[in-house]
Design a protein around this ligand. Sequence first.
Ligand SMILES: Cc1ncc(COP(=O)(O)O)c(C=O)c1O
Length: 417
Amino acid sequence: MASFDLDWIRSQFPALSQDIDGYRPIFFDGPGGTQVPQSVIDAMSRYLATSNANAHGAFATSRRTDEMIGSARSAVADFLGCDDDEVIFGANMTTLAFALSRALGRSLKPGDEIVVTRLDHYANVSPWYALQEAGAVIRVVDIHTEDCTLDMADLERQLSERTRILAIGYASNAVGTINDVAKAVRLAHAVGALVFVDAVHYAPHGPIDVRALDCDFLACSAYKFFGPHVGILFGKREHLQRFQPYRVQPAPDEVPFRWETGTLNHEGLAGLTATIDYLTELGRRLSPSAENRRAALIAAMEASRQYERGLSERLIQGLLQIRGLRLYGISDPARFDWRTPTVGVTLAGRTPYAVAEQLGKRGIFTWHGNFYALGLTQRLGVESTGGLLRIGLVAYNTIDEIDSLLNALEDINAAVA
Ligand SMILES: Cc1ncc(COP(=O)(O)O)c(C=O)c1O
């Protein structure tokens, strides 16, 4: 396999070479949203310039639009490893999760149980709590606070023959932990529950195979993996046919359209196909013999995972040297297969906001707060002190950028001393 061509990758993203207040910006805000390749920007404006119309009309631009939506569906199907008609588009993951929970809620009986986790973003918590209205009982899986991993023994305890749904994240957007989703699916299926996986944070960091996971539903968001602001939901066809979404009566009742409310973000979908084309090209550069798009995508995402592992090693090793810094999450390199390069830390004597602001002034963009992973920040006892500073890397970040961050953190510490 060819080597990971970082120069080529970075050259695709115009945002990386701009100047902001005299700095070449360092984007460590990937878990909040990634930058996009020029080809994605071009595809969005090309759609608007040449094909802009509503769907299902009897004229050229509408037909182009139908074709464009079909292409986006099949590109995403290759990205997730499913069939085209198992892919649903929406505004964002949160909106899709609420739509799904409302639909599944229609078949719940009072006393039916739903299991959520303390590690998750609340987009995968609140939609399930909303079903308390239908009499659902919510159970919460705890974490091991020492390394922010999910307590799998507790998961087994919370699951029972009363469980109807397990809602679990693929990876934590706050501290980077990757969950053993395949195992969780097996445990949930053994008691007859459906499994919804929030793959929003995981998606830019490794290949997704919904068939291998055997999950019933999985959601992600293109703006977290180098694309535009479009939400994506996979559902097994049998479920998409069986469950009844809330829909407007004259809209098509076939799968997948019955799950899509209103007019989609067409230019976003044009950009989404270009995003997957970018990842496919990366995969083909790495593995020229990849026999199809899915194989090229897997090559791209496997190589990204490997590259990011090296970034995690440098970042975490450096962070642990910084005086007063506390790292939440997996820090043992031998276990880095179970984390993304997303790191949550605190610095003694400074709020996460203050550190993020100082870094921001030096052109280094990080996030502060709870990132909507409220169960986690509460459990770690950091919610009342401003949450965490999140340093989130993706495949376009570099070792040099990590070194700039580490130097900046040393400077900030020196200013305080
Ligand atoms: C893990 C995770 N889940 C869900 C979401 C919500 O995604 P969206 O903005 O597409 O609704 C986010 C956004 O930060 C996230 O990181």
